[in-house]
Ligand binder design. Structure first.
Ligand SMILES: [Mg+2]
Length: 236
């Protein structure tokens, strides 16, 4: 088997963790946005969180676009608490949420060190679904933007295809001029980061940091519970 040349990391819930910034950022946005500042941010968060989960399902099954998801999670939440808002306010709310969210994402020095160490032996990059601006903002906020070379930051909006469609993995191979077995993907989604890439001939490691996916796994594959384990796998 060809040696690994490129290690690609998923971003959301692999390098940056939703639970670290989501609740605190949404509540802070409610407290600071002109439209919601007089409402109770804890009650609003409960509603917003439920609406968000519902719309994530629709987004994942491609029934709505990312823009519709972002606008509607605000509009539907307001509707649920008896307020009528509009698209412009929803966009403004989202903008404030993103700037607050970014502030609440913190660099993890251990992860930065790990990826820098890996970059002495492999090419390293990111393969993520999402919009370009917001995903780059996150990378910057967690101190990893400069650790990954630009040409190996693959964002679905820019590529024009999303994981798990085969085209996005092919795009990686064409860009890096590599064979699939020379590329290792590390991520928390069994479908997007493991099964779909393996089907295209890639290597993959599942980051099972939430311990929720064990029962779904029937394939023999490498599972880690924290990124630091990559040292033993890739650097020893
Ligand atoms: Mg992920």
């Amino acid at each position: 088997m060809d040696p690994i040349k490129l290690v690609l990391f998923d971003l959301d819930d692999t390098l940056v963790h939703f639970d670290d910034y989501w609740e605190i950022s949404v509540k802070e946005t409610f407290k600071n946005h002109f439209y919601t500042k007089d409402m109770n941010e804890h009650d609003l968060f409960e509603v917003f969180n439920k609406v968000d989960r519902f719309l994530v399902g629709k987004l994942d099954s491609r029934q709505i676009s990312i823009e519709e998801y972002r606008i509607n999670r605000f509009l539907y939440s307001m509707e649920q608490v008896g307020e009528t808002s509009d698209v412009e306010t929803a966009i403004d709310f989202e903008r404030l949420y993103q700037s607050i969210g970014k502030k609440n994402m913190k660099p993890n020095m251990k992860v930065i060190k790990l990826i820098s160490d890996l970059s002495n032996h492999y090419r390293v990059g990111v393969l993520t679904n999402g919009s370009k601006g917001w995903q780059l903002d996150k990378l910057e906020a967690i101190g990893l933007y400069n650790v990954f070379p630009n040409e190996y930051i693959f964002i679905s909006e820019e590529v024009g295809h999303e994981k798990p469609s085969p085209e996005i993995y092919h795009h990686v191979l064409n860009t890096a001029s590599l064979q699939p077995e020379q590329v290792l993907i590390v991520g928390d989604s069994i479908e997007n980061d493991v099964l779909a890439p393996i089907q295209q001939g890639f290597r993959a490691i599942l980051l099972n940091n939430k311990d929720t996916q064990k029962t779904q796994i029937s394939h023999p594959l490498t599972i880690i519970t924290e990124l630091e384990e990559l040292r033993w796998i890739l650097l020893s």
